[in-house]
Write a protein that binds this ligand. Structure first.
Ligand code: CMP
Length: 138
């Protein structure tokens, strides 16, 4: 089924010069980049985006990190886009869960600095696209 998903290349990915590499992998997979922008994330947007993690012990450092430098935000479209991006991203923990060959498995060491975010369900995708690209979700 054709879906949309919201992807962020986090501040570590931008700072390390991995934007091109990550976008290449997205395109190689066959996912369409339907929207793309470089954003300096406000604390307000960060807190709304990560609202489901508000009670976690790492929430404060997550917000500090995601607002620490520009991120690349994108809407991807394609067949099973949500699962497809999560497959090429690899698991949240870049060492214990992400396999070699995935973005996190190849380029990340720490769970907080795991380079990318991808929506985890159609409901999350709609909610997150509404935050980053208002009016773009369908
Ligand atoms: P993301 O997919 O963006 O969704 C929530 C983020 O919280 C996650 O990727 C990680 O960057 C971060 N995160 C999850 N678990 C931990 C943890 N145990 N310690 C620090 N950061 C975490």
């Amino acid at each position: 089924m054709t879906e949309q998903t919201l992807v962020l290349i986090k501040p570590d990915g931008v700072a390390r010069g991995l934007v091109g590499e990550i976008i290449t992998r997205i395109e190689r997979k066959g996912l369409k980049i339907a929207a793309l922008k470089l954003v300096n994330v406000s604390e307000e947007v960060a807190v709304v985006h990560y609202a489901e993690h508000a009670e976690r012990p790492f929430f404060g450092s997550l917000i500090e990190f995601i607002t620490s430098g520009p991120v690349v935000a994108a809407v991807l479209e394609g067949e099973r886009a949500i699962a497809a991006f999560r497959q090429i991203a690899g698991g949240t923990d870049p060492v214990e869960k992400a396999v070699p060959g995935s973005i996190r498995g190849d380029y990340a060491l720490e769970t907080q600095f795991n380079l990318v975010h991808g929506s985890d369900s159609p409901e999350s995708a709609k909610r997150e696209i509404d935050i980053w690209f208002p009016g773009f979700a369908h």
